[in-house]
Design a protein around this ligand. Sequence first.
Ligand code: ZN
Ligand code: ZN
Ligand code: ZN
Length: 104
Amino acid sequence: MEPLDRETAKKLYDRYRKKRDGIRNNVEMASICLICGSIHIIPKEGDARKLVCRNCGFAFFRYECLSCGKVVDGRDPRNPDCRECGLRVCTCGACGCPDKQHGN
Ligand SMILES: [Zn+2]
Ligand SMILES: [Zn+2]
Ligand SMILES: [Zn+2]
């Protein structure tokens, strides 16, 4: 992927700060920190499902759902956390719990 230019990053940051729904579907949001706006996002060491901002240290879930392959992003309101497994719930209803389907 092309590195994001500051202007694009700023626009996306502003847009998703206001309305977080849809973050999961935006590829570029994988490399923008929603806390500080930095584009220095790296995979979190020791946790394949998380990314971390090198600037402010904020870590968030972003990974592909094992059930359906869609992106799950912890910052998206459509991906709430599951209290049982600690992962995020995909829009398909799957999380880290075995054979669990959350109702919507
Ligand atoms: Zn940050
Ligand atoms: Zn899914
Ligand atoms: Zn779960």
